[in-house]
Design a protein around this ligand. Sequence first.
Ligand code: NDP
Ligand code: BG6
Length: 527
Amino acid sequence: MGSRASAEKMSAAATPVPLSRSEVFGQLRRELFEDEEFRQSDTHIFIILGASGDLAKKKIYPTLWWLFRDRLLPEDTHFVGFARSNLTVDDIRVHCLPYLKASEAEQEKLSRFFQRNSYLSGRYGEEESFRRLDAHLGALPRGAAANRLFYLALPPSVYQDVTRNIRHTCMSSKGWNRVIVEKPFGKDLESSDRLSQHLSTLFTEDQIYRIDHYLGKEMVQNLMVLRFGNRIFGPIWTRDSVACVVLTFKEPFGTQGRGGYFNEFGIIRDVMQNHLLQMLSLVAMEKPASTSSDDVRDEKVKVLKSVQPLSLDNVVLGQYVGEPNGEGEARLGYLDDETVPPDSSTPTFAAAVLYVQNERWDGVPFVLRCGKALNERKAEVRLQFRDVPGDIFSSHCKRNELVVRVQPDEAVYAKMMTKKPGMSMQPEEAELDLTYHSRYKDVKLPDAYERLILDVFCGSQMHFVRSDELREAWRIFTPLLHQIEAEKTQPLPYTYGSRGPVEADELLKKVGFRYEGTYKWVNPHRL
Ligand code: NDP
Ligand code: BG6
């Protein structure tokens, strides 16, 4: 699919929507896939490397099925799994079944999806295996000229071999080739540079799609529209009005047997350096010249370039400890996980304060907080505004906050003061509330992976991490990570199910975030 050419063709048709606008409003996907002639034009092959693994089973196959079910993929698309294990398509179907969410009525369609699947076993480091894969791809109907999408659902230890083998034996010579790479992209600046250098000798940047699935989430994508599509936010989105920005990721469960992977990486590499930093750059960036992928990513990179590397003084680290869970099962501590070394000092919680040293943000703390085994599941962006100057309400007014809740229950709300209704003239705390499930009752929000995989078919890289972005992200975090590892910095214990170490709240307070504890939300649906 020559997406750009097709998009140009589309924009010349009835509704002339330029490509850049299309990308932001998601129209591009609709335009491309509602055009029957276009949908039937090219053959595509989606190759899942690591097809026997957890990611493939839980995310990639289900996503491909949903896209197929909803007729969002080009008609002539084939799916090819590749891994070491000796499997059949039926085995894959059985493994994936619990995650596919296919109803009784969809069974026939599901069978059609799996008829488009094939599987090949081979070795990642062996060129001969990839020659067989190439022969298999070429033997599919119209396969020789097909566009090829390679998804690396693999451990990073085999990235180098696999990408080399793809490049040397499996590239389509007549169609285009795109490679989707999952995180982790290295472990620090040096290893990430090595990987980037390796990839750049094999593929051009526009063939590489580095996934950060947070960039596929509805509310993360909404940040640009909220910021640049509303006059009311522009003038206050600066150091003059914003006291503090808090970006939060919380999960209410621990490593749950995934301790082997997690222990090697820790929460900073797992969540903060990618998901939270990506959100930060979308919150802090200047308005891009247009909504084309590179204009947006240019602005994100500029933000990161204005951030100094982190030091331990501005960081709180934590590790959860277990506690009996009332009548239920005991909630085990991180070190009780059998897949974790008993003396591990890997943090499962981190709070860090970054400063964006540019004209807009100088002096404004950006607090990144993330943790496992906390009191709730939540990801949000919170801007806390400064006090109103020249108070005439005897200190009864609390600071305004604008919260973009990414998950669960997508919402945007602004905490604000209003006159207590009735005879009183007292100010009271209330909110302007855009709760998605009441405002958009019948809209089903696609999963992040659905959007992102579709973007790869369309050739839109806006929601993928560019190599210079990645480099800047590692530049900011590498000195801290090395220091923690060299000094074996002990994380502070926090109880499973708590809000994390109290020291994190103290850090927030120290940099100027004010928590009043007086705001009470009244859910209108429960009134
Ligand atoms: P709160 O005033 O309760 O919390 C504000 C912030 O203060 C959060 O970042 C919270 O962090 C932090 N905080 C909580 N306790 C402390 C503490 N002891 N010390 C320091 N900081 C603390 O306001 P919210 O905006 O969170 O709203 C309250 C509730 O109302 C939430 O559950 C929210 O989802 C709900 N609400 C829902 C809306 C909707 O669905 N549309 C609209 C408005 C509100 P932390 O995240 O760690 O708890
Ligand atoms: C992944 C992390 O990138 O994101 C996991 O590796 C984390 O540790 C997950 O659980 C969270 O994603 P989501 O979409 O469930 O918030």
